[in-house]
Write a protein that binds this ligand. Structure first.
Ligand code: F6R
Length: 366
């Protein structure tokens, strides 16, 4: 059932090209320049008249929500708040009938996310679900929704659920961007074409596996790791750190790269690997100067870069390449090496990759 892979997590990482394709199958019609999603089409007025979108989720799904904040604001010009469901539900939040709430959940059973949905519904908000498990409680409780169609995710550490959530949220943002006029036809077409190329590019990114294994071998005994990214890739840094923590039990933190100098830079020494997402699209020069600051304090740098990169390669200790794409789609590629890295480190440390200690696949208690 692991399809020849040693662990479900590795199988699910490698399933991502197909999972992403399954997510947009029948929805993304690149040639025709159409995105078809019944849950959005049927409720388009709710979205177009919304004052803002509030995204509620937990864990990795919350990270997908953060990526979505960049996508929705940048492409569709709709204000977005991203909330931990557990904080939102107990905060007496301001919710009105003009709010659209998007709940993201792989399992569709997360107790806090479910409670946040019920609260939002009771205040008259329209609630849209992005779930993977068909027929799950959250899928049933929401007013409308879109499934990720990633297939069953067995490994406790979420991988393909994350990239397919981002795919669905990208489709929604593009659809709204087109509908509200914030994106021109030609830019819209370009995005659809680029999205259609993502599965092949994920496949390409997965080919770095052997190289990533070597990097994992070098840093597997680190006690602390830092993950940095900016813009669209700031949430990917958070997700990279979470993946390492949960399966290898190494302490890791994700930060926006520019926040380094407001504290975390004090931690930098030769014992501290710093994983920096530094793709060509998106604040590249600024990230390169962040990298130089780390280097001048003897930090070890592993750059996640665009294929053919030169500037980061010149300063970093190691680089891992991912193919080039448009900025809004880079998280779908930069996530891949960070998943593989965590996986290999955990295997090398002989941890239970698919069932890490203290964790459950769905958190049905608050
Ligand atoms: C991390 C992980 C958890 C879940 C979180 C939300 O790898 O699996 O952080 O992302 O418990 O779960 P869902 O998405 O099922 O609501």
């Amino acid at each position: 059932e692991k399809g020849g892979y040693e662990h479900f997590m590795l199988k699910e990482i490698h399933e991502q090209p197909n999972a992403i394709r399954d997510t947009y199958r029948g929805r993304l019609l690149a040639k025709e320049g159409i995105i078809r999603m019944a849950g959005i089409d049927d409720n388009i007025e709710k979205f177009l008249n919304a004052n803002r979108i509030i995204i509620v989720a937990c864990g990795t799904s919350w990270h997908a929500g953060l990526v979505a904040e960049y996508i929705f604001e940048d492409l569709a010009r709709i204000p977005v708040e991203v909330e931990y469901a557990s904080e939102f539900r107990y905060r007496n939040p301001v919710i009105t009938e003009k709010d659209v709430v998007i709940a993201i959940s792989q399992s569709g059973e997360t107790a806090d996310t479910l409670a946040a949905i019920k609260l939002a519904k009771s205040k008259g908000a329209f609630v849209f679900g992005v779930c993977n498990v068909v027929g799950s409680t959250i899928a049933r409780e929401t007013n409308a929704g879109a499934y990720t169609h990633a297939g069953p995710e067995i490994g406790v550490a979420s991988t393909k659920a994350f990239t397919t959530q981002i795919t669905v949220l990208t489709l929604i943002a593009l659809k709204l961007a087109k509908a509200n006029g914030s994106m021109s036809n030609s830019v819209f077409h370009h995005h659809l074409q680029e999205l259609e190329l993502i599965p092949e590019k994920v496949k390409e990114a997965l080919k770095a596996d052997e190289h990533i294994k070597k990097v994992a071998e070098i840093y597997k005994d680190a006690k602390n790791c830092l993950y940095l990214g900016r813009g669209y890739n700031f949430p990917v840094a958070l997700e990279g750190a979470l993946k390492l923590k949960e399966i290898s039990y190494i302490h890791a933190e994700g930060y926006p790269a520019a926040e380094m100098k407001h504290g975390p830079i004090a931690l930098i020494d030769e014992q501290m690997p710093v994983f920096v997402i530094a793709t060509k699209k998106g604040h590249y020069e600024k990230v390169v100067s962040n990298i130089q600051e780390i280097k001048s304090r003897s930090g070890k740098i592993i750059g996640i870069v665009t294929t053919g990169d030169v500037d980061v390669k010149n300063v970093a200790d190691h680089v891992i390449e991912v193919p080039e794409t448009i900025e809004s789609l880079t998280p779908l590629l930069t996530t891949i090496p960070l998943q593989l890295l965590s996986y290999h480190i955990a295997v090398m440390l002989e941890k239970n990759v698919d069932q890490p200690r203290n964790l459950a696949k769905s958190v049905t208690v608050e």
